[in-house]
Design a protein around this ligand. Structure first.
Ligand code: NDP
Length: 289
């Protein structure tokens, strides 16, 4: 394979396929007089939260589902946030709740997790949803980003069974969750983190390398083997007013990878599409109860 043959594994076709499947479900709910609604809870005005919020609201608008933004000052007391989450839990018109993280340091994440109603926990914040990652017989929602990576790999028919996958990053919501989902897909999974020794050597043994670390363009050609697939979950400031991933795309392409996800234009859009799917699913379930 020449170095220019690498496929850019773009998120757009994956999003289009997901949304095409969602459309009839949305039509049915709207015809029944039910509008799926997501409640976004944001504390403060972090630019990355606001950018993500805008993209979610725009997507919901396009798909004709409702997205309400509940904004609290960054220094609001914890009790205000918990009160809001409890109100949203009781509000029958709200089907999904998304509190943006990281939360300000004076807020106890544990209390927030306990206040999210499992049936509305569309991005896997609370303990019931988290347990569902480990025990797939539970019905909680899985973390959207981890699921997005698997959806993207499946869309591009990247062989998973028996593949050696190296995941760099071990956060609960991304790296660790992803490792378990890939294990379910019969991959052989290695997890790396900031204390991993010889990380380049470990990474370059992967058939599929996934980076979820938040380090701009750290993963270069030295981390990959020829013919492998590289999935970039990272979203970083590129220093020029835009965003970039963890992966140095040009460098890994020169190494002869088979495919690489771009940033922007890769995993991020799929994550948002799956968030919307979860809201629709939560809404459908609420109608059956
Ligand atoms: P966290 O900061 O919670 O975790 C980062 C992980 O990366 C940690 O496990 C850390 O290791 C590891 N790490 C950091 N630096 C290095 C390094 N130099 N070498 C090896 N490992 C390293 O981040 P998240 O998991 O929440 O997010 C990861 C990235 O994904 C971020 O860029 C974030 O913006 C992005 N993101 C993208 C989404 C999308 O939809 N595309 C959604 C959510 C997040 P250790 O545990 O040892 O500290």
């Amino acid at each position: 394979m020449s170095t220019n043959d690498a496929i850019r594994l773009k998120g757009k076709p994956v999003v289009e396929a997901l949304e095409a499947a969602l459309q009839p479900r949305i039509d049915r709910l709207l015809a029944d007089g039910v509008t799926p609604k997501l409640a976004i809870v944001r504390m403060g005005e972090r630019p990355d939260d606001i950018a993500y919020e805008r993209s979610i609201v725009k997507k919901c608008d396009t798909l004709r589902i409702a997205a309400d933004v509940h904004e609290l000052p960054a220094d609001a007391p914890e009790s205000d946030l918990i009160y809001l989450l409890e109100l949203l839990a009781r509000d029958a018109a709200v089907h999904g709740i998304l509190p943006f993280r990281p939360l300000p340091p004076h807020i106890s994440l544990k209390r927030v997790k306990e206040s999210i109603k499992p049936s509305k926990d569309v991005d896997c914040v609370g303990p019931y949803s988290s347990a569902s990652i480990y025990d797939r017989s539970l019905a909680g929602f899985l973390p959207c980003t981890a699921e997005a990576v698997v959806a993207l790999l499946r869309h591009y028919a990247v062989p998973l069974e028996g593949a050696h996958v190296v995941v760099i990053g071990r956060s609960m919501v991304v790296g660790r969750a992803l490792a378990l989902l890939l294990l379910d897909a019969h991959c052989t999974v290695t997890i790396c983190h900031s204390k991993t020794r010889n990380i380049r050597e470990v990474a370059s043994e992967a058939d599929i390398l996934i980076s979820a670390i938040g380090q701009a363009r750290m993963v270069d050609g030295g981390y990959v083997k020829q013919g492998s697939f590289v999935i970039d979950v990272g979203i970083n400031d590129d220093g020029c007013g835009g965003i970039c991933g963890d992966v140095d795309e040009a460098s890994v392409m020169r190494q002869g990878v088979a495919g690489v996800t771009p940033v922007p234009g890769g995993v991020g859009g799929v994550t948002t599409a799956l968030l919307v799917r979860n809201v629709i699913e939560a809404c459908e379930k609420s109608q059956k109860n």
